[in-house]
Design a protein around this ligand. Structure first.
Ligand code: GLC
Length: 545
């Protein structure tokens, strides 16, 4: 069966990630919303993407930009309403675009009804079993129950007050204090999430992106551990029991006439063999490949990430995925323009100087690499405009809990979340409608006047037109998307591979221009090719037969 068959779309899809706060503001309050997304679906259809993944749009106090969910079945009023979400899904489908919603199962919000009830009910109440409440250590319970640290910085525990106002138990939160971890040992948690999945699948969602997918299950012993030398199994990452959860989710996904896709955010950089267990045929369909995202701009690193990625997925028959940027990482135009081009979630080099012209040239080459690799590919909103990381957001305007929980030591992720520039010469660059009552929720740099959609549209040589051409061609090329890849002999520091018998992709990471291999035609190039020579930091797609 072709990987383009409707029930296998996720094996080849080009998926566009929408960060709803920052995509487009329909009502003028300075925050993106569903009306904004609906108004720009035509842009996405023209861009040529197959699916859209929307970051959380649920009711939320926004302690972590919506990853703190108060009600998984309601849209936050900041973004719109449930009927609008239903219309959005319908409109997208009419344009041939699939919709992936973001499910956040590891934790909810402290404003979730369960958590509010748990606080009100006090210690010993059954509803507290839906979370991880524990008495503190120390004489008066004044110390956290164990030494676990929040992924955003600071302790992973917050003390509560009892209904009588006195200090009470502590609760676990691997992320912000507003994100209490759920107890996946509890059948009620499991049943409720199964119902949430059906809720969105019944409304037409074509798949779910599963947040922090490897963290759900905790060792109930909740023992101290040394994070530099964690025990096996780890007390909260990648525990065996989590796979049962995804087996039951897969049964639900498969019960629909057009099976729904399960896409995991499985972050296990040190343990590829554990990562791939999530992709066994009765679990998730795909998971993000963060190794590729973190590659420094060198041939051996990319070659290894590509080979390892393909080899890792092969035994389970799952397609590989490829991604360069998302809402948690430094935009790749900025990364690729630095002296140190590496990235990992644990290694965020912040504020290092970046040569944006260099980063942009490399980003142009990188997207031709991304879209030629076997499997599905993700595009984070704004990368099609070549947006750079905004590093000079004033501290008082920063919103990311990562910034606040590290006392500002880590600037956090706001720099890749700045609202999109659509048109015009000054902020809000068409992000908000004329007459908006509030400025964009994060300030846009003046330099974005040269990056707007309106400026780049129809402009030969613009990043937007490169993405458009590449996506359009990728759809038409029968050998792109899912399928095998064959490396071709190439000069040092050049990546060159064939897809099928008639297509090749060549990326020049060396310091000199290189001759393209024999070809009939250049289908697309990230930089002008003269006399068959491919420039440094450029890529080309070739018709070879
Ligand atoms: C994931 C999300 C990130 C969020 C975190 C907690 O890593 O991508 O944005 O802060 O989970 O939900």
């Amino acid at each position: 069966m072709s990987s383009r068959a409707p029930d296998r779309w996720w094996r080849s899809a080009a998926i566009y990630q929408i960060y709803p706060r920052s995509f487009a503001d329909g009502n003028g309050d300075g925050v993106g919303d569903l009306a904004g997304i609906r108004a720009h679906l035509g842009f996405l259809a023209d861009l040529g993407v197959d699916a859209v993944w929307v970051n959380p749009w649920y009711a939320s106090p926004m302690a972590d930009a919506g990853y703190d969910v108060a009600d998984y079945r309601a849209i936050d009023p900041l973004f719109g309403t449930l009927p609008e979400a239903e219309l959005l899904i319908r409109d997208a489908h009419d344009l041939g675009i699939r919709i992936i919603v973001d499910i956040v199962p590891n934790h909810c919000s402290d404003a979730h009804v369960w958590f509010k009830e748990a606080l009100q009910a006090g210690p010993g109440a059954a509803v507290r079993e839906l979370f991880w409440f524990r008495p503190g250590r120390g004489e008066r319970g004044e110390l956290p129950p164990n030494n676990w640290r929040s992924i955003f910085g600071g302790p992973a525990w917050t003390r509560t007050k009892n209904p009588d106002g006195l200090p009470g138990e502590w609760y676990l939160h691997l992320f912000a204090p507003g994100q209490p971890d759920l107890n996946w040992e509890n059948p009620k948690v499991r049943e409720d999430f199964e119902d949430v999945l059906r809720f969105w699948f019944d409304r037409g969602a074509d798949g779910v992106r599963i947040d922090s997918a490897a963290l759900l299950v905790k060792d109930p012993a909740l023992a101290d551990f040394d994070p530099a030398d964690p025990p096996h199994p780890h007390p909260f990452a990648d525990r065996d029991e989590v796979h049962e959860v995804y087996r039951s989710w897969r049964r639900i996904a498969d019960s629909y006439p057009e099976p729904r896709a399960l896409i995991g955010e499985v972050w296990l950089p040190e343990a590829p063999e554990s990562f791939v267990r999530y992709l066994r045929s009765d679990e998730l369909h795909t998971a993000f490949n963060f190794d590729f995202l973190g590659c420094p701009w060198t041939t051996p690193a990319f070659r290894k990430a590509i080979d390892d990625g393909i080899a890792l997925h092969a035994p389970v028959g799952a397609p590989a995925t490829w991604v360069l940027s998302n809402h948690d990482v430094i935009r790749h135009v900025t990364r690729y323009g630095r002296a140190d081009t590496r990235f990992s979630l644990g290694y965020r080099q912040l504020g290092a100087p970046s040569d944006l012209a260099l980063g942009t040239r490399r980003a142009r080459a990188a997207v031709l690499l991304l879209l030629a690799l076997p499997g599905s590919a993700y595009i984070y909103q704004g990368e099609e405009l070549g947006l750079f990381e905004v590093e000079d957001i004033p501290r008082e305007l920063r919103q990311d809990p990562m910034f606040h929980q590290t006392g500002g030591e880590n600037l956090g992720r706001d720099g890749c979340r700045v609202p999109m520039p659509w048109s015009g010469e000054a902020p809000p660059f068409g992000f908000s409608p004329a007459g908006a009552t509030a400025p964009p929720w994060l300030p846009q740099p003046a330099a974005w006047t040269a990056y707007t959609v309106a400026r780049q549209q129809g402009e030969p040589g613009s990043m937007l037109e490169l993405y458009r051409s590449a996506l359009r061609l990728r759809r038409r090329e029968p050998d792109l998307g899912d399928g095998p890849l064959r490396w071709l002999t190439a000069a040092a520091d050049v990546l060159s591979f064939a897809r099928g018998d008639a297509f090749a992709c060549v990326v020049n990471l060396s310091r000199t221009e290189v001759a393209l291999p024999p070809h009939r035609k250049i289908i697309l190039a990230s930089a002008p090719v003269t006399n068959g020579m491919l420039a440094t930091d450029a890529a080309a797609w070739l018709r070879t037969a």
